[in-house]
Design a protein around this ligand. Structure first.
Ligand SMILES: NC(=O)C1=CN([C@@H]2O[C@H](COP(=O)(O)OP(=O)(O)OC[C@H]3O[C@@H](n4cnc5c(N)ncnc54)[C@H](O)[C@@H]3O)[C@@H](O)[C@H]2O)C=CC1
Ligand SMILES: O=C(O)[C@@H]1CCC=N1
Length: 273
């Protein structure tokens, strides 16, 4: 409690995201080991010094903020009553209405981290119900910043959109890298060199976009200004519909998030348990 964050419980604490955030809370000194409870189905896991349990209700009783980090379909088999705790969900496609119906929580925060949480490079957008006050919002922001950065959204609707936009994390850059590797290899470059070259562009050169005040359009314009090779490459990609295809893909991600939300809705409740 030294930091004022309170006691934290993570349901699904040995999963990809659950473990990444648990490790980060401990490494950053945000949560003391004795204030951190993690659950999974076996009640044991690789993070030392914390409390492990398979009893999610016991985790809730030991926590001020409960993080739900199981898969959406696993949530439908999960039974717990949140009482007055802040409930912070990492789950895609599980709405506030469903979270409320199934856990009884009023103070709910939906978030959308991504796989880069494991390396502290995750931007996590979040949306909170009106019952979440300013102090709790500050705690949520601090917890999410343990794995990178975070920002509040204006509506729950936007969570479905960012589920593909940021939630997919490395997926679109991985597709770009794979396309470059495949092309270079087919062109005859040694596969290992093609891989090294493509990853250096996607993970190295792209770091220029992380510079303060970096503007993707300005970087493109500067390179197109040479009227040489990069101009030929970018103009061909744009004329071929690269940007509109990205838009179509993002819309498909949003549509899938909405389908998942509709499926999980009306799945019954145990919030008074
Ligand atoms: N992995 C990713 O890149 C992203 C994941 N998400 C969301 O985060 C959530 C977690 O995803 P991952 O960490 O990737 O999944 P994961 O499969 O790695 O972890 C889920 C964990 O929950 C545990 N679990 C299952 N049922 C349980 C129960 N009844 N009680 C306690 N623990 C239980 C499992 O043992 C496992 O450790 C998902 O809902 C997903 O939609 C959101 C954005 C990105
Ligand atoms: O693809 C998924 O369903 C998970 C949630 C958002 C990103 N990854």
């Amino acid at each position: 409690m030294a930091t004022g964050i309170g006691r934290i419980g993570i349901i699904g604490g040995s999963g990809w995201l659950g473990a990444a955030f648990a490790q980060a809370f401990l490494e950053k000194g945000l949560v003391a080991p004795e204030a951190l409870t993690l659950s999974n189905r076996t009640g044991s896991g690789p993070i030392a010094g914390v409390t492990w349990t398979s009893d999610n209700q016991a985790l809730v009783e030991r926590s001020d903020i409960v993080i739900l980090s199981v898969r959406p379909e696993q949530f439908l088999d999960l039974s717990m009553a949140a009482g007055d705790r802040v409930l912070l969900s990492f789950m895609a496609g599980v709405t506030i209405e469903t979270l409320r119906a199934r856990t009884g929580a009023r103070r709910i925060v939906r978030t959308m981290p991504n796989a880069a949480a494991t390396i502290g490079a995750c931007f996590t957008p979040w949306f909170a119900t009106p019952e979440v006050g300013p102090d709790d919002k500050a705690r949520v922001q601090a917890l999410l910043e343990a794995c990178g950065s975070a920002g509040e959204l204006g509506s729950e609707d936007e969570i479905d959109y960012v589920s593909g936009f940021t939630g997919a994390g490395p997926a679109l850059p991985a597709l770009l890298a794979r396309a470059m590797i495949q092309h270079a290899t087919a062109r005859g470059l040694p596969p290992a060199l093609a891989r090294q070259a493509a990853l250096s562009v996607v993970t190295g050169a792209a770091q220029l976009l992380a510079e303060k005040d970096a503007d993707p359009s300005a970087i493109m314009d500067a390179l197109i200004g040479y009227r040489g090779i990069t101009a030929a490459l970018l103009e061909t990609a744009m004329a071929g519909g690269f940007e509109s295809l990205i838009g179509t893909a993002l819309a498909a991600g949003e549509a899938r998030a909405r389908e998942m939300s509709a499926r999980s809705a009306g799945s019954g409740g145990n919030g008074d348990a």
